[in-house]
Design a protein around this ligand. Sequence first.
Ligand SMILES: Nc1nc2c(ncn2[C@@H]2O[C@H](COP(=O)(O)OP(=O)(O)OP(=O)(O)O)[C@@H](O)[C@H]2O)c(=O)[nH]1
Ligand SMILES: [Mg+2]
Length: 337
Amino acid sequence: MATPTKKELEAAWGMRVFDRFTVVLHIFRGNARTREARLQVALAELPLLRSHLKNNGAPLDGRGRGSRYIMGSGESFLQVQQRLLKDKEAKIRRALERLRRKRLLLGRQRRRREFPVISVLGYTNCGKTTLIKALTGDAAVQPRDQLFATLDVTAHAGSLPSRLTVIYMDTIGFLSQLPHSLIESFSATLEDVAHSDLLVHVRDVSHPDTEQQKASVLSALRGLRLPAALLDSMVEVHNKVDLVPGHSPVGPHAVAVSALLGLGLEELKAKLEDAVLRATGRRALTLRVQLAGAQLSWLHREATVQALDVMPEAGVADVKVIISNSAYGKFRKLFPE
Ligand SMILES: Nc1nc2c(ncn2[C@@H]2O[C@H](COP(=O)(O)OP(=O)(O)OP(=O)(O)O)[C@@H](O)[C@H]2O)c(=O)[nH]1
Ligand SMILES: [Mg+2]
């Protein structure tokens, strides 16, 4: 049997029927908060507007035929509409390009400041925003029970157990069979993901389709052509365990949490710290130094001193540092034990 058309379905069910593209676009439009998200939605809408032009062959105001010429211009209404859409597309693409350059610049500044970046990814509504709120205590973060509540990549600072500051990037959720043109207009948003130090894949393990959701997130990630090391070190978070009594995740890279109730967050932070340090070629160490020598000032200059425990009688201090592997090598060479 042939697939029923939209018209046939509407007649059979007595209600309006929308395709996946239109539904997703509608949600996106309602949730676009920033200029970049609005531009991306506008770009994604263009094919729809274009197909309306083609199907109707008539101007959008519904009057007259597409073959009618506008006085003296030699252009039909249809051609005018097509030209306007083309101009509009070029304008949107230029504006997006400007925003993109700005974003890359911000990314560069962030890298100079040396805060590791953790990108939080996952299927839509799995709890990414809730998790970031729980990890950072950022009151400005707004989770909502809605598909695609988050349409922009936003950055939120948080700190890990040894007081290492990291930036969490909240990202747009994945959806299986996301219409291609939508992926195209939003893929720029995910460009930043390639520049992060660590990926966190959040899963809603209370969802009946959690396995399929995982598969579609992983396949979408493969499409982003990320560095292999980034994919290999990915941490998997099994979220919403409060809804799944007795859930226990398998595999060394997984941690079970309830972002909503704040369960399992300490274990997750420890795991994130471990992974971030490894990914950025650093380690957290406690070093005993002589107060008299140059060690302490050297560490302040070349590493990040987290805590200092001075023992004046002994003339020494225990220094908790986060130090790159190469700086630690230099330290040992300069100050042999
Ligand atoms: N029971 C329970 N609900 C949770 C948990 N984490 C998140 N939620 C709920 O799941 C819904 C979606 O949460 P969000 O944090 O907005 O999800 P998201 O992944 O950011 O969603 P999008 O931005 O739309 O992709 C909200 O209603 C949250 O309250 C959890 O650990 N347990
Ligand atoms: Mg969100």
